[in-house]
Design a protein around this ligand. Structure first.
Ligand code: TMP
Ligand code: ZN
Length: 414
């Protein structure tokens, strides 16, 4: 493994980011890793390593990281693109259709997306004739969006930015925040921004990876420094309550290994609470012991994957990685899988090709190489797109190793 240099640039968390309690218990220690999206241009580069530890809040049940890395370092130049996975594009198109058909009243209604990435979702809405605005701190992604005609402010969102947008554009009917809640340190300022910008009766649609799925499927690889919080509905409702946002609906989604969409309304009227809260209590998602048991299952899963890879390697067979997602880097670093095991990873994202994985320094190459070489084994690091990948690679003559929920080798294509 390459040399480590110890991190200095991360703030230690002492209070729960939702309820402010200091009563936090460490239940999962994934060791130290570099930042999961910091692909290297040179394999000899030295990187900063940061502790990756999960804590449970004994008061509001929020699961959260122990360190906050400077958001400018994490998000100003971003390697992840919404449009690089067909599944995500299809999901965003469906959401655009849903918003258009159900949440908008007139053609004057404005939709603002926070964390709008390369503009995939807003572009679809714009093509339906909807007024849109994106807010995206990754300058490279905001640039791509603007170049496609999706107006995007290259900035972080908070109460000040919300006021600025309101002064510029007026109130907003619908706000969308997909896969951003987990990235935000100051959730209170974010929510202050939401209620500043939304009109009365306006709707906030939030999507987050669901901790219930992380727990059930042992998706520990979705833990990395960008994801400060791991949500059930419980702490989100607590946060919404503080800002007068009424939770209307929770929708379970398959995306990203299992996510939820929460729809909340800015209103002073009473709304019936969705039954999801009782479901979470029944599943033990508000109890520390559930997460202590998860930590044991994580260790078991790591050993099981290492054994499968060891068997494949001992036969002298070439193994590569399919996909170079951020979560793959947590998995590789935590399981100690490097260039001794994986010859290369393939990925469709232009920003990742020609680079090296953080921590393990495995080269990332174009998918074409995998198709040409037909390596006997491919570790599917982008396991959340298993269906899409198996379908796309139906000509593949080797075997996929899928690491999550329990490591397994898929049969060869017939
Ligand atoms: P995500 O799980 O965070 O969306 O990242 C998935 C990564 O996998 C992303 O870098 C794109 C890559 N990928 C491929 O290279 N080929 C594929 O067929 C799919 C679905 C994803
Ligand atoms: Zn808390």
């Amino acid at each position: 493994m390459p040399k480590k240099s110890r991190a200095t640039g991360a703030r230690r968390v002492s209070r729960c980011r939702v309820c402010g309690s200091k009563d936090l218990t460490l239940f999962l220690d994934l060791g130290e890793t570099p930042l999961a999206n910091s692909f290297l241009t040179n394999p000899d580069e030295r990187e900063e390593w940061f502790p990756l530890q999960l804590f449970f809040c004994n008061r509001c049940a929020l699961v959260q990281l122990s360190r906050v890395v400077d958001p400018d370092t994490l998000f100003r130049n971003y390697a992840y693109r919404s449009s690089s996975s067909g599944t995500v594009v299809a999901h965003l198109l469906e959401l655009a259709r849903f918003v258009h058909a159900n949440l908008l009243g007139s053609s004057k209604d404005l939709v603002v997306e926070i964390g709008s990435n390369d503009g995939t979702f807003l572009k679809a809405l714009k093509e339906m004739g909807v007024k849109i605005l994106g807010v995206e701190p990754a300058k490279n992604m905001a640039h791509i969006a603007n170049a496609q005609g999706v107006e995007t402010l290259p900035t972080f969102f908070g109460s000040k930015e919300a006021q600025r947008i309101r002064d510029l554009k007026g109130g907003v009917k619908v706000m969308v925040a997909n896969n951003v809640f987990a990235h935000i340190d100051d959730l209170h300022d974010f929510m202050r921004g939401v209620v500043t910008l939304l009109d009365d009766g306006g709707i906030l649609s939030v999507e987050v990876p669901y901790l219930g799925d992380l727990n059930q499927n042992v998706e520990y690889d979705t833990v990395y420094h960008e994801h400060l919080s791991y949500f059930t509905v419980h702490p989100i409702v607590k946060l919404f309550d503080e800002f007068g946002m009424k939770l209307l609906k929770v929708v379970k989604l398959e995306l990203h290994g299992g996510s939820i969409r929460l729809l909340a309304e800015k209103t002073t009227k009473q709304r019936p609470r969705p039954s999801f809260l009782a479901f979470e209590e029944k599943c033990g998602l508000t109890k520390l012991r559930t997460y202590e048991s998860l930590a044991e299952r994580v260790e078991y899963q790591k050993e099981s994957l290492r054994r499968i890879l060891e068997d494949a390697r001992s036969g002298g067979e070439k193994i590569v990685g399919y996909g170079a997602p951020a979560k793959g880097n947590t998995l590789l670093n935590f399981c100690g899988i490097g260039t001794e095991t994986l010859a290369y990873l393939i990925d469709t994202t232009p920003e990742k090709i020609g680079r090296f994985t953080p921590g393990t320094h495995i080269p990332v190459v174009e998918t074409e190489r995998f198709r040409k070489e037909q390596p006997p084994f491919a570790l599917m690091l982008a396991w959340n797109y298993e269906k899409e990948i198996v379908m796309k690679e139906r000509e593949y003559t080797g075997q996929f190793i899928v690491p999550i929920p329990s490591p397994r080798v898929l049969p060869k294509n017939a």
